[in-house]
Design a protein around this ligand. Sequence first.
Ligand code: SF4
Length: 360
Amino acid sequence: MELVKENIAAVPQLRSAKRWMPKQVLITPAALDEPWGRQMYERVQALGLPVQELKQNRITGLRGEDERETYRKAKSTLAIVTAPPSALKLQPIPPSADYQFHLAEGCPAHCQYCYLAGSLQGPPVIRAFANLPTILQNLTQYRRPGQPTTFEASCYTDPLGIEHLTGSLVETIRFFGEQEDMHLRWVSKFDQVDGLLSLPHHGHTHPRISLNADFISRRMEGGTASLEARLAAIRKLALPQAAGGGGYKVGLVIAPIMAIPDWEEQYTHLLDRLAQTLDFPCAITFELISHRFTPGSKALLQEWYPNTLIDFDETNRSMKFNKFGGKKYVYDASTMGQLRSFFYAQLKARFPQAPILYWT
Ligand code: SF4
């Protein structure tokens, strides 16, 4: 991978993510029948966005001449739909949480390594679910009384990145705040957290911000907040409510960790900035995820981002099989070992009390 080395000590940029405004909003008849769907409809109308009421419950017409055009059309479309009945049958999601559930599927950002590439069927349109009360109520049957059950809401979307259009994250945090033994987890690369700070979450929500080396954030994570803006967001979430913050127990997901040429310098800078940002007593956790790809995600991502900076060279990687027998490419044992030792040592030095929940 030919990467131009940049001066990481240059003046940090605090660039809030631009709020995503879809070029078109589609709403299905079933979604319009849902009070939460109508609430979203009113929100997007109030923002002056054009809304088309569909005659059928299927979303069609988003395919372009090629994958690039399909991507462009789909990524500028918000579809307000009802989640299918299968969404109410929850799947486990180790090591992140006990179960995953979805407020939406699809994401307005443009990460060149996107985890969703190849995991969702069809064009990458952003679908927000209108039957939120049913989705939330359904979670309670998965609760294990007496021991906290964790629910991850960001496997297929970035819920904060579309919150101004849906309101679903605030509603979900409020819902979990009222539940016993149920904990909500979500993660974001966006920074508009002000609307979450005064919510009665009662410690039942564990927000995480996804961070990466500044070079990776700026060059490979289009449409997201800058590293400095994400650090400011995590600080706000973690500060006590009495001090104007959210009083949340927060998490940092460092992902995907990439062995770019100056990775040690880049990630040292990231961890130094994080330590400077969280300079007050707070409960934090870390999750560490190294970069990986599959043959399918590589093919799709290279069509979506023909000038990608991501190193997709399989000859530098070890091949592994996932639990369904599909191939994935991860760093070879030596690179993986170096990255892992670096993070464990550097985090221990800066955040000795903070658990590292997993490395993968
Ligand atoms: S924020 Fe996550 S889901 Fe959204 S484009 Fe980036 S990697 Fe994909």
